[in-house]
Design a protein around this ligand. Sequence first.
Ligand code: ARG
Length: 576
Amino acid sequence: MSLLLEWAAVQLQSYVTLEHEEIVRLLELPPNPELGDVAFPCYALSRTLKRAPAAIAEELAQRINGEGQPVRAEAKGPYVNLFLKREDWAPKLLSPLLVGDFGQSQAGSDQRVIIDLSSPNIAKPFGVGHLRSTMIGNALAQMYRFSGYDVVTVNHIGDWGTQFGKLMEAYSRWGDEAKLKEAPIKESLSLYVRFHEEVEHDAALEDEARRWFWKLENGDEEARRLWQYFVSFSMEEFDRVYARLGVKFDYTLGESFYNDKMGAVVERLSELQLLEESNGAQVVRLDEEGLPPCLILKTDGTTIYPTRDLATALYRKKEMGGDLLLYVVGAEQKLHFAQVFAVLKRMDEEVADDCHHLPFGLMKFDGRKMSTRKGQVIFLDEVLDEAVAKAAAIIAEKNPELEMAKEVAEAVGIGAIVFGDLKHHRMLEVDFSLDEALRFEGETGPYVQYTAARAFKLLAKGGLSVEEAETLSQSGAVVAGGRYGQYLTGAAAWECLKALAAYPEAIAESLRQHEPAVLARFLLDAAKRFNRFYHQERILTENEEETAAKLLLAAAVAGLLRSGLTLLGLKTPTQI
Ligand code: ARG
């Protein structure tokens, strides 16, 4: 709940005959500071009082102003615009902001949320789509945790399926062990691409691939050995990426984990008489839902992607105790999830209702799309390297003396990519420009990181740490005696404070929409407002008390930007 609204409602309480909650619900935060800090629309009162809203607003404003409240009222049309007395309110707004867990809540009351994220495919490059899933999923996981949910993240690695048959066939025909050892994913990718080229004029390849996969599913030793080999080198490569991104998973459970759990699914479907034969395959018809049939067993009896997702959902619900099952997977799989959830609904309504696909749009890198089949792949590692190198060059120019420049460049380069992704609403298609994402003065991760570093630098200069500010707040010293308020009444400081105070709502809204972009935009706005303050006012002044007040604001900004960036998966260097 917004502190401002809460306070304004208390102020209004003695003037209107409405419940406190009702007043809070009616109050608005005006977009423009000229319309006050909080606005109260008089339509609801107008209905009960049977008078024109503007007349009520006029009278209300007069009464409020007549009583020397720490708020000034201005009637504007049907609204009463309330201007809080900054001197009194600034320290009250500031104090909670200084506490390390500001924004944290227990809203989730231990509900278990299971998040399916990242989920790249073995022996294929970690694609841009997987990057988006990793970053969006990770940000959601951290925000859920921050809000008191019991979060379990699962990396649902694509380690099973007919593509392994193709790979094994290609490897047995054209494979080169030395090459594979040296650059495993590149080599297996080129095998995969070659398979798709040659299969155009050699249809037998497809049958051979199918045979390999059949062997794998039936425990053939050679097939298992090759599979294990592909899995382990791919995981090494993925783990390198995760380490750079700073992402950890509670579980990495590949699709193969569900191999022995699909029999029960197929059995259950047949018990429920949902399975139908279609050209030798087994399907569940979904005519009622207006969806194409969901394929469960292929003609040769092998299972398929949807079958595994059915087993997965049931496992997450029944064995892992998930209350909410989220799938952060690209929008191109919308139909897949619609089908899987529709089949689930027939099997177990409750499970289906707790499942949600959170799709996201395509991302291109500097106009380049990616497709594994044609081999036009952008390797994530290379993109990350490029970003870090560019960040290093910018930093070397800006601050040649910087200590730990290498670590900072890594944090800023990768932060640029992560933030550049997360600041867009997830369904938007993103044409990612690295140079744009790295602009320190743009709407970028580095901009927020740089602003946080600026605040940290001020604190270091002024001799205050974020931890000391927290202690001051907890001791009550920030609000006591009305010392600091008078120095935080300038428009820039006040607007910055008000924005920061809305952090808890930004997180709640971000989760409600499952949009990390809401939090990313909040951080950009907070950073912008702090920079305005920084440029408009002197912070380190001769007046000790004034300096202390302004440093406290800087401490709030430093702490809060760091908290928000951490939730989004970015690091916050204290110097850039
Ligand atoms: N491995 C899949 C892909 O890259 C994504 C898996 C998403 N998760 C799931 N439960 N289906 O397309």
